[in-house]
Ligand binder design. Structure first.
Ligand code: HEC
Length: 97
């Protein structure tokens, strides 16, 4: 079930209109990270935590663009435009608790 959702999230077409961070996050990120960034069913690191929020925009952008070294999160470069990755990172800032 989770796998099917992830696959759907990965196959979802990239919107051509101006990048909408909340929408991109919902479609491409929330499946793993949870709608509130809190880690979802896989209990990933809380993206709203001071540890993650304390990182700079460029660092977060690079993390998303390149993915994690262990490939648990594949890099989004090539799957999302830079502007879309940037919009998703901007959305992450709104998750700060
Ligand atoms: C296939 C599941 C998956 C998807 C989809 C995914 N991530 Fe991740 N992401 C991970 C995992 C796993 C990590 C490593 C952290 C952990 O293991 O808790 C991670 C790490 C991160 C980090 C680094 C956190 C840190 O330590 O600084 C950021 C930022 C991030 N993800 C944002 C996003 C954004 C934005 C999207 C959507 C564009 C996204 N992720 C989509 C699984 C995913």
């Amino acid at each position: 079930m989770v796998r099917a959702l992830l696959l759907l999230a990965l196959l979802a077409p990239t919107p051509s209109r101006a990048a909408d961070g909340a929408e991109i996050y919902r479609r491409r990120c929330a499946g793993c990270h949870g709608a509130d960034g809190g880690g979802g069913p896989r209990k990933l690191k809380d993206l709203a935590s001071p540890e993650v929020q304390g990182k700079g925009d460029q660092e977060l952008f690079d993390a998303v663009a390149r993915g994690t070294p262990d490939r648990k999160m594949a890099g989004f470069r090539g799957r999302l435009a830079d502007a879309e990755i940037k919009a998703a990172v901007e959305h992450l800032r709104t998750l700060k608790r």
